[in-house]
Each structure stands twice: as structure tokens, then as C-alpha cells.
Design a protein around this ligand. Structure first.
Ligand code: ZN
Length: 243
């Protein structure tokens, strides 16, 4: 079973289309939240995701803010402006779709679970070894795939030994070792923050391997859409530098 894993698409239709064009050989789709927020095409992105018939879609903090489940009180100014804009754009059907998304973590099979932020808190960012330790303690599966930070990363736990690594793009894939637990972040489709503006996604081959993938897309087109929508210019600028 090969899963296409998409996280933090953030209403970036150009990035999503590029990922779907390049990703091949997958059987099922998993979406780790933040379908919307920041980008200019929330409805088109939700429609595209729904058409993929993913086996699991969990909500992110921006999805909650866009459909009125959260007031965005923890957001910075730009994120709040984008959430209000998104809320006004959403069709009734897509607002309802976001409202019914589960919070995660969601167990996919005997080995894999997915969440947006962390297994113990959907809104918590896993940045460092301390967060990762907590996440390993709470994970109900050997492999936990998460999003939210927009930073591709591998945390590995074997016995009591933990290691962290930033994956190289276009690696041959991380081979999963036996008796080792993993916390894996594929990075963000629609708003990468690791300095590489290319869209990030992953292909997970159940119990075998996790491929971190990147694909170039038409960033300038996505930036023009953001400008035309009247969203803050900062949201267009950051796509160009992947921060
Ligand atoms: Zn996000």
C-alpha cells in the first residue's frame, strides 16, 4: 500500500496541481490538515482534495479558523486577515466540509497514525527533541506522520535513543528500520518554510519506506493570485523564498 501524503496545502492551487501531476504510483491519499488559509484558492483546493477521496483528512488550525470553529485568537495579524478573507470566500458546502473534519490523531492501519500538530494536541508544534519525546510517548502507532510546522523532518526512536534529521530532498527514500519508531513530517505543499520554495509532499510505502519529495511549481502565478485576491503581500513574498 502506497500513500500519497499531503499536508499544509494552504489554498495554494498551483502547488497542489503540481504535486498531483508529479506524484505517481500511489494507492491512497492522506491529508494532514490546513487545506486553507494564506492562499488565494480555498474552494478550488477543497474541491480538488475531496475529488481525491482521501482515506483520511484531518483538520488544521487554519481550517478551524476558516469555518468558524476557532476565532483565530492565537493567530498573528496576517494570518487573521487571511482567515477572515477565507471565511468570506468559502461556499456553504465547503464550510460544512471543514466543520466536520476530525481533529486527529487518526489511526490508519496497525503501524501508522496521522495528526496535524502532535498526537497529544492537534495545535502543538513539534520542533525539537523535547516535543518529539512527548509525541513518542503519546503515539499509538510505530509511525506517526504530522504537519503544522511546514518543516520536513525525521525523528527516530530506537530503544531509548532518539535521533533527528532533516531529510535531503530527492532522497531515495528513508527505509524504515525494524523496532524503531518514527515521527515524520513531509513538509508543506502550499507554503514551505525550510528555505526551499518547491512544494513538499511524501509517498509512504506502508511499513517499508518514506520518500520526501519536492516539486517546482509556478510560484509567480500563486503570488499573482494572492495579490489579485487582495490578501497581504507578505503572503505572496514568502512563497518566493520558502520561508
Ligand atoms: Zn499550516
Amino acid at each position: 500500500m502506497r500513500y500519497l501524503i499531503l499536508s499544509d496545502i494552504h489554498a495554494n492551487l498551483d502547488a497542489l496541481e503540481a504535486v498531483l501531476e508529479t506524484a505517481d504510483g500511489w494507492d491512497r491519499v492522506l491529508v494532514l490538515g490546513d487545506l486553507v488559509g494564506y492562499g488565494a484558492d480555498p474552494n478550488a483546493v477543497i474541491d480538488r482534495v475531496r475529488a481525491l477521496e482521501p482515506v483520511a483528512v484531518i483538520r488544521g488550525n487554519h481550517d478551524k479558523a476558516a469555518c468558524g470553529l476557532d476565532d483565530g485568537g492565537s493567530f498573528n495579524h496576517v494570518a487573521r486577515v487571511a482567515a477572515a478573507w477565507t471565511q468570506a470566500q468559502l461556499t456553504g458546502a465547503n464550510r460544512e466540509y471543514l466543520r466536520q473534519l476530525p481533529s486527529g490523531p487518526t489511526e490508519i492501519d496497525a503501524t501508522l497514525e496521522v495528526c496535524h500538530g502532535a498526537p497529544f494536541d492537534e495545535d502543538h508544534y513539534i520542533f525539537d527533541a523535547y516535543d518529539a519525546q512527548r509525541a513518542f510517548e503519546h503515539a499509538s502507532r510505530r509511525v506517526c506522520v504530522f504537519g503544522h510546522t511546514h518543516l520536513p523532518v525525521v525523528f527516530r526512536l530506537k530503544g531509548s535513543e532518539m535521533a533527528a534529521a532533516v531529510p535531503e530532498a530527492e532522497t531515495q527514500g528513508l527505509e524504515l528500520e525494524p523496532e524503531t519508531a518514527y515521527l515524520l513530517n513531509p513538509g508543506s505543499v502550499g507554503q514551505p518554510r525550510d528555505g526551499d520554495p518547491r512544494a513538499a509532499f511524501a509517498i509512504y510505502e506502508a511499513e517499508q519506506a518514506f520518500e520526501f519529495r519536492r516539486v517546482s511549481y509556478d510560484v509567480e502565478r500563486a503570488q499573482r493570485r494572492i495579490a489579485a485576491a487582495g490578501l497581504p503581500q507578505a503572503l505572496a513574498n514568502r512563497l518566493g523564498i520558502g520561508r
